[in-house]
Design a protein around this ligand. Structure first.
Ligand SMILES: [Zn+2]
Ligand SMILES: [Zn+2]
Length: 250
């Protein structure tokens, strides 16, 4: 595939290959983290930013958890959530269940909680998830674009490999059998290694072999879960995986 000049996202992707965990998960996490940091900074200064966040009712559970570990932007968070809680209180106070009209009954709108549900509900997606989805699209596209570049191919083959969701996303973009092969062959090798470690782990849990100390396979059960579901910075190989690695903090 014809390639444009290598640019910053390419080098980010290249440098993420040998690090712990799926490189796409890592870069999506970092993009989201950067976005949240600047958004919360802006939220303190700019009422328009807060109005958008109020409409989305803040962030999803995953990103709330991420924000809980970042006390540096607490003021922005407090300002956003004050708006949201204030709106919730207004809805709660204004709720007055009226006797349903005949029209409401005909239209199936006579459940007493419906109006309150509508007032409290938002159908806007978490803004951090939207940024994450964009980053995911960009980096999976880039993975495929460079998978036949010798420098990148080597880094991918030596690296931790992709989690299931991102492997599927990149495979889905492939246009040639060679691209598929370059993606799947190193991954198959990783599965072989992991399967061997799982066999060893399971064998050593047998009472006859319990005296044998655990080796690299000791945390393979954690890494196997990470391999299938993905996760920011969690290692997939014995080199960096399982208990030894934390989600990215920088
Ligand atoms: Zn991933
Ligand atoms: Zn989210």
């Amino acid at each position: 595939m014809a390639k444009s000049g290598k640019h910053t996202p390419y080098f980010e992707l290249l440098e993420a290959q040998p690090k712990a965990g799926c490189p796409v998960c890592r870069l999506v996490y970092k993009a989201t983290d950067r976005y949240l940091d600047s958004l919360l900074y802006e939220a303190v200064l700019d009422p328009d930013v807060r109005a958008k966040l109020k409409a989305a009712q803040g962030f999803c559970a995953t990103h709330v958890e991420m924000l809980g570990r970042r006390p540096g932007r607490a003021l922005g968070i407090a300002l956003i959530y004050r708006d949201i809680i204030r709106a919730a209180l207004t809805s709660a106070e204004e709720y007055a269940p009226n006797a349903p009209s005949k029209l409401d009954t005909l239209l199936g709108r006579n459940k007493p909680g419906t109006r309150l549900v509508q007032a409290l509900h938002t159908d806007q997606a978490c803004p951090a998830c939207q940024i994450g989805a964009e980053a995911e699209h960009n980096y999976t596209t880039l993975m495929l674009e460079y998978i036949e570049d010798p420098e990148f191919q080597e880094a991918y083959a030596q690296g931790e490999g992709l989690c299931f969701p991102h492997l599927l996303a990149v495979l889905d973009l492939a246009n040639t059998p060679d691209e598929v092969r370059n993606l799947i062959d190193p991954q198959a090798e990783r599965y072989r290694t992991m399967l061997h470690e799982l066999d060893e782990f399971i064998r050593k849990r047998d009472h006859r072999f319990r005296h044998e100390p655990m080796g690299d396979e000791g945390d393979v059960w954690l890494r196997a879960m990470n391999m299938i579901v993905g996760g920011a910075g969690w290692g997939l190989s014995a080199r960096s995986g399982g208990r030894r690695s934390d989600p990215i903090e920088h």
